[in-house]
Design a protein around this ligand. Structure first.
Ligand code: ACM
Ligand code: ZN
Length: 730
């Protein structure tokens, strides 16, 4: 009696939470069916919920009956509630949980869930649909179930839920090249993704800083290419083929497809370090130890390069059942092609206008290989330059680039930097910005968005060296991406989301999932939210209900610092020494150095990150006519590099004229800013978009004095920062 009384109290408390969420989610409006949908602590919000009178009582060991089609889904639920293995034989047992084949209207990832006094019936057309029904049901059970608590019974209010996804592609991209993430950590992310009904893990396995996939035909890729640095700074690791098979099976059981990415022809330094003949110069290269966009790219002019790629791809398709293989295509610098006899010979042989077109040629060759292997290529948006329409384009600059691709006839995955690059700081791509962004509504898709397969958030790990940093960037924002990917746009409700996220946070804690504590999340109104536990009854085994949390809006204390970045002190200003110049020197050359200004120790460059369009005020204040011609065919080569020339005639303390020489090969706009060491922006100019090549841009700075400055370039995707020490004239 005592235990059932406590259990009932727990369930009543859960119902109170539901009502509380309903009340807050619906504001002053009368409770409509739609607002009740998001009143359940289910995230992502289901399409339709109908609450009914009464409750369903589930006991530990409640029998699970399932059509064999639903074996995975039913097994996962049986494990959760400690039932025997699901059986297809249905006895007249009440209550029971039954997985049954849905009528024809419910297909794919859709499901129907009915909770009644007789038990629970899950209807779906596939194991995936049934699996998602289990994820919903799981969120209707207390979170202590996640910690393996020995409960006895729960009550769930009677209801029916009909649900299906908005997008078929609901992805997370994980860069395991810049920093290696161990397999157990990846499995944990897959668990969380699956619970949020996300279904694509895009695994970035190769880049300049490390080749992470064992390829049996080319052992040097992991013997050499998986490691960087020497001695105590040596860093690396790779995934064996056994690791990959294990991980792929683990993901598949959770309806997550692992889509491998081998980035080519750019971002290939680690491959060239392993096999120098893959590059144009056949020189020995070291695996990159700094971040950036390097000249060390594959040579597209030699047949040996294609033999290598085909052999690698054969092993890749054997390891990964994914229908899609991501082949990168982004940020490929072409300087070396211009001085390569093989590239020129191939260009002439293939009647291409110049060697720049070798990337299109390369893309065509790789597409043909994948077609022979029965797989569909995916590439970052730069790949559209030479790709056929069978290649899926992942639009990363911004939504407009996806729209352009759609106009050209491509299918598109939307991963705009703003807001879906989750390695960008929490106070830049804020939780609310991630949540409220819609990739379709309000954007001029020519087909209304039909060409959009879905969305994917990206986690680049240059500044995320350990699982702690990875998890604190991905969580909790992944929940906002999941709801954007699964739930219909009109179901989204920020206030309801925040409450449901609080409940989910309690579940994550039970699961041992690290995440940025919700009271450290800066919300867009400038206030952090504090999450407080609410006193809850104990369960039978004495474990308190820790999902019983609620948000309490607390005022922002004046001057509260933004979320501290754990890497701030570990992250150098740049890999290069500061530039030192005399005020009267004739020339200062500043190489572009790739870093993140917000990570620079003791130096915050926050102002320009605050606006949705940081360029707007600059565009207004500058007249840069004549610099703004970039034809579409010319865009997207390499990163900006910058040289700064102080004018020797400019005396200290007066107006200084600089000539900034910017070599830019990337889609604009590019902002060049000079900051003093108080973080004040002394001057900024905006270059809307530059033709391919080197430009000298005049920058005038008033009251310029000898001292230390930070010169920052910010392009669509990258930020460069270099310290400039200007000494007095001699
Ligand atoms: C990318 O961020 N280079 C895809
Ligand atoms: Zn070449």
């Amino acid at each position: 009696m005592e235990s059932s009384h406590r259990t009932a109290a727990c369930i009543r408390a859960l119902a109170v939470i539901c009502l509380m969420v309903a009340a807050i989610g619906s504001g002053t409006e009368p409770l409509r069916a739609q607002s009740r949908t998001t009143s359940l602590p289910v995230l992502p919000a289901p399409v339709a919920v109908t609450m009914q009178a009464g409750e369903c009582v589930i006991f530990r060991g409640t029998p699970v009956f399932a059509d064999p089609l639903f074996q995975h889904a039913a097994q996962s639920l049986a494990e959760l509630i400690s039932s025997a293995a699901p059986t297809p034989f249905e006895h007249r047992v009440v209550p029971s949980i039954r997985f049954v084949l849905a009528p024809p209207g419910i297909t794919g990832e859709a499901y129907h869930l009915r909770i009644s006094a007789e038990g629970i019936v899950i209807r779906a057309g596939t194991d995936a649909g049934a699996y998602y029904a289990v994820q919903t049901l799981r969120q209707l059970l207390p979170s202590c179930i996640e910690g393996g608590s020995r409960f006895r019974a729960w009550r769930i209010p009677c209801m029916t839920i009909s649900d299906c996804p908005r997008f078929s592609w609901r992805g997370v991209s994980l860069d395991c090249s810049r920093h290696f993430l161990p397999v157990p950590e990846i499995k944990q992310i897959i668990d969380r993704m699956a619970a949020l009904k996300m279904n694509r893990l895009h695994w970035h396995l190769t880049d300049d800083q490390g080749w992470r996939l064992e390829i049996r035909a080319y052992p040097e890729l992991t013997r050499v290419g998986a490691w960087r640095g020497e001695g105590s700074t040596r860093y690396g690791g790779y995934y064996s083929q056994q690791d990959v098979r294990d991980l792929v099976a683990y993901a598949m059981a959770r309806h997550v497809v692992i889509v491998p990415e081998l980035d080519m022809p750019g971002h290939a330094t680690a491959a060239l370090a392993s096999y120098p003949w893959l590059g144009c110069r056949a020189e020995t290269e070291a695996v990159a130890e700094t971040w950036g966009i390097f000249e060390t790219v594959l040579c597209p002019g030699r047949e040996t390069t294609y033999e290598f790629i085909e052999t690698v791809l054969r092993e890749v398709v054997d390891l990964f059942p994914s229908p899609w293989i991501h082949v990168g295509g982004d940020e490929c610098r072409r300087e070396r092609w211009w001085s390569c006899d093989s590239c020129h010979a191939s260009q002439r042989r293939n009647r291409l206008l110049d060697v720049n077109y070798m990337q299109s040629y390369f893309t065509g060759r790789v597409e043909s290989m994948l077609a022979r292997l029965g797989r569909t290529p995916i590439g970052w948006n730069e790949i559209a330059e030479g790709a056929s329409k069978s290649t899926i384009v992942q639009a990363w600059y911004h939504v407009e680039v996806g729209i352009e691709m759609s106009q050209q006839g491509f299918q598109v995955i939307c991963s705009p930097i703003e807001p879906y690059y989750l390695n960008y700081h929490h106070d830049y791509n804020t939780l609310e910005k991630v949540y409220s962004f819609d990739p379709i509504i309000g954007h001029p898709w020519p087909d209304g968005g039909k060409s959009v397969l879905g969305i994917e958030c990206c986690l680049w790990t240059e500044s995320l060296p350990t699982p702690v940093e990875v998890n604190r960037m991905l969580f909790p924002r992944i929940a906002a991406v999941a709801e954007a990917a699964w739930s219909e746009a009109q179901r989204k409700d920020w206030d309801s989301f925040r409450l449901r996220l609080g409940v989910l946070g309690g579940r994550w804690r039970q699961q041992g999932q690290d995440f940025l504590p919700l009271d450290e999340v800066l919300w867009d109104n400038g206030e952090p939210l504090t999450m407080k536990s609410v006193d809850r009854p104990m369960l039978d085994d004495g474990v308190p209900f820790q999902d019983a949390t609620r948000f309490v809006l607390s005022g922002l204390s004046e001057g509260r610092p933004a979320v501290a970045n754990p890497n701030a002190s570990a992250f150098p200003v740049s890999s290069m020494p500061p530039v030192v110049a005399r005020f009267d020197s004739t020339e200062v050359a500043i190489d572009y150095a790739y870093t993140h200004p917000e990570l620079i120790d003791g130096y915050t460059v926050r102002g320009m990150h605050k606006k949705m369009n940081p360029w707007a005020e600059l565009i207004d204040s500058l007249s840069l006519d004549g610099l703004c011609h970039l034809s579409r065919a010319e865009k997207g080569r390499t990163s900006p590099r910058m040289e700064l020339f102080p004018n020797p005639l400019s005396p200290t303390g007066q107006t200084a004229e600089f000539r900034v020489r910017l070599t830019i090969d990337e889609l604009g706009p590019v902002e060049v800013s000079v900051y003093d060491l108080r973080g004040e922006r002394v001057r900024s100019i905006l270059v809307q978009a530059l033709p391919f090549g080197t430009w000298t841009i005049p920058v005038t700075i008033e009251n310029f004095a000898a001292g230390s400055y930070m010169v920052v370039t910010r392009a669509a995707a990258h930020t460069g920062a270099t310290m400039l020490h200007v000494l007095p004239s001699q």
